[in-house]
Design a protein around this ligand. Structure first.
Ligand SMILES: [Zn+2]
Length: 276
């Protein structure tokens, strides 16, 4: 789409400004719903029933105080009733979701594949932040990704069924084996029941691989491990905390893999073919 803008005469640029405006609005609004999901799903609360309440004083939040991003700044990050701090994470997630939508549509243009990819990224945001909060992943949210692969397989011609199935297995199988073996070793040495790679992370890579395919999932795994290594070193230096959730890093890696994975793999493979 970005290349399309450059080619268009100035007259049509206005059309794209409107389109980007709508995409941004949708991204922020859906991002606001993601905040509700991240907060309520781990508590097993309904994400659609009951209006938003202050988590501190439980007062129902007024309609005009629920405008995504803007309300947070108007309220200066505090509850109107009890002055309790409202986390800046709420507007950050809204902006992050909108940003991912804009990047996706710019790179992939507006089609069924890019729309499904945006939904996929929104699900990844929910998974990443729930993992960050609780060190756990919600199975039903993970399964949503696998379900999303069904319309992707039917309506898009990006990947063959075989490429999707191998995508589901390429990373999840080694992740599962590493988890099993490390779990066995750790249990033998310390008696603790911990796995090197959690089952949730393994299922995340299986479901995501089904959606993004064999090439993209490999890049996702490498990128995720790299981000986790860097993030782990930084967070250990700052907070002295050695236990970090893997999910957010994997999710970030998957975003990179989804958007650039195929190109990165092709570039990597071709580089070696030339050098022979
Ligand atoms: Zn309050």
């Amino acid at each position: 789409m970005f290349s399309a803008i450059l080619k268009l005469p100035y007259l049509d640029a206005g059309f794209y400004i409107v389109v980007y405006g709508i995409i941004t609005f949708l991204g922020i609004t859906i991002g606001s719903f993601l905040n509700v999901c991240i907060y309520r799903i781990p508590k097993n609360k309904s994400v659609i029933k009951r209006a938003s309440h202050c988590t501190n004083c439980n007062t129902q939040i007024r309609r005009f105080d629920l405008i995504p991003i803007i309300s947070w700044f108007i309220l200066k990050g505090k509850c109107r009733n009890c002055n309790a701090k409202i986390s800046p994470r709420y507007p950050i997630i809204e902006a992050l979701n909108a940003m991912l939508y804009i990047i996706t549509f710019t790179i992939m243009d507006i089609n069924i594949n890019s729309i499904l990819t945006c939904i996929f990224f929104s699900i990844l945001i929910v998974i990443a932040f729930i993992d960050l909060d609780t060190f756990e992943m919600n199975l039903s949210v993970l399964v949503l990704i696998a379900i999303l692969s069904i319309p992707a397989a039917i309506f898009t011609k990006e990947l063959t069924i075989l490429q999707r199935i191998t995508g589901a297995l390429y990373v999840s199988v080694p992740f599962f084996l590493i988890g099993e073996i490390s779990g066995y070793v750790i249990k033998k040495e310390t008696g603790e029941k911990v796995r090197g790679i959690e089952l949730g992370d393994t299922i995340l890579m299986a479901c995501s691989g089904l959606f993004i395919g064999h090439k993209a999932i490999i890049v996702s795994a490498f990128a995720g491990i790299l981000f986790a290594a860097i993030g782990g070193i930084i967070s250990k230096a700052i907070t002295k905390e050695s236990k970090i959730p893997f999910g957010p890093y994997l999710a970030l890696g998957i975003v990179i893999g989804t958007l650039f994975g195929k190109q990165i793999i092709d570039w990597y493979v071709n580089m070696f073919i030339i050098s022979y």
